[in-house]
Design a protein around this ligand. Structure first.
Ligand SMILES: [Zn+2]
Length: 375
């Protein structure tokens, strides 16, 4: 019984870090070769792990054969819902994307979205080339117990039992998660977080997302706890009336509203960034202040969590390219000691990457599931 968590640890290590020999794994985990062999046996019996690269070193026997997963034996579908579109991918067990599909949201009415997602899943299943093991679906906003979209300001849903409704149409195991949690899981196993036991992910765009991994575990958070982080007591006001909170500075809606007011016309977020790049004073001020607020938030996350890696992402992250100095100043103005050295990783990640995150939410829920019954 007590071997089970250890077996999972070994299997996940092989999945995430690639084929390894028993002796490498035993050394890494601080176990004797005999103990490791005992842990690995049920994983081999059930097909979770296989002995790969069947070249035997003369005289060294089986123990030198590297253990691996057969990633291509698995198929997962990931679906990310936004206000406008449904982004979906098919992946293998290592979250390699094999096929993609994007469709427009028919509307935000729950039955129509259920039908549209079921349709995408059916079409991608037909293209998957193998039976689909599980489907992960992620949405922005609060998801309770992997079952209910409790509050999604983007879909305008409250208390929608979305997983149950969708499960009636989708005939494989189905997992529902918050979209930032899915993206965090993808970074944890297959991205920038792979090499770090602790890291944070911050996303900016229409809203603000926050994911935290401590000791290889995703820390459960209610929807985006840093959204209204106080940044500056003299700053602009968000829709909830907070003066100088993070939302008031960096969300695309807040930024475009401020620049639009200065110009007396409607603007898109991309136009705001372009104006700033071209030196427009109003746009440049708003983008610099947003980058500065983002930098202060990165510093605050470092201060409170001690993580040594912070990934900044989301469709609004272009502001960091336009005003890198603002981000750096905000990050460093209260830095002390080593934390000053921690530079965030900036990577936009498109919505296909978010859909991959939904697939990884399904992979993390299922793996290591046995591939065949014990003989
Ligand atoms: Zn606020």
């Amino acid at each position: 019984m007590e071997l089970r968590p250890a077996a999972r640890t070994v299997a996940v290590d092989v999945l995430v870090n690639g084929a390894q020999s028993r002796s490498q794994l035993a050394k890494k985990m601080g176990l004797s070769p005999a103990t490791l062999t005992r842990i690995v046996r049920p994983l081999l019996d059930t097909g979770v792990l296989v002995e790969s690269g069947a070249i035997r070193t003369p005289g060294r026997g089986r123990s030198s054969l590297p253990l691996d997963v057969v990633a291509d034996d698995y198929r997962f579908i990931g679906v990310k819902l936004t206000t406008d579109s449904i982004y979906a991918v098919v992946t293998d067990l290592r979250a390699q994307i094999l096929a993609v599909e994007t469709v427009a949201e028919p509307s935000l009415e729950v039955p129509e979205v259920v039908g549209a997602v079921a349709g995408v899943v059916a079409r991608l299943s037909a293209r998957a080339g193998r039976p689909v093991d599980a489907v992960g679906v992620t949405v922005g906003g609060r998801v309770d117990n992997g079952e209910v979209v409790a509050d999604s300001p983007y879909l305008h849903w409250r208390d929608v039992p979305f997983r149950t409704l969708l499960a009636r149409e989708v005939p494989v195991p189905l997992y529902l998660a918050n979209d930032v949690i899915g993206l965090t899981m993808a970074q944890q196993w297959f991205g920038y977080g792979r090499t770090h036991a602790h890291f944070a992910l911050l996303t900016v765009g229409a809203g603000i997302g926050y994911g935290l991994v401590i000791d290889h575990q995703v820390v459960p958070t209610r929807a985006s706890p840093v959204s209204h982080l106080p940044v500056d007591p003299y700053g602009p006001v968000c829709a909830r009336g907070h003066r100088g909170c993070l939302t008031a500075y960096v969300t695309s809606g807040a930024m475009t509203a401020h620049v639009a007011q200065a110009h007396g016309r409607r603007l898109t977020y991309d136009q705001v960034l372009r104006l700033a790049r071209d030196g427009d004073p109003a746009a440049l001020r708003v983008v610099r202040e947003a980058a500065h607020a983002l930098g202060r938030t990165v510093a605050a996350i470092t201060a409170f969590t001690g993580v040594e890696r912070i990934i900044v992402s989301g469709e609004g992250v272009g502001l960091a390219d336009v005003a890198p100095g603002g981000l750096r100043d905000g990050r460093l103005e209260h830095a002390a000691g080593d934390s000053a050295a921690i530079e965030p990783i900036i990577d936009r990640m498109n919505f296909t990457e978010w859909a991959r995150g939904a697939a990884v939410a399904a992979i993390q829920s299922q793996f290591p599931a046995r591939r065949r019954p014990i003989a």
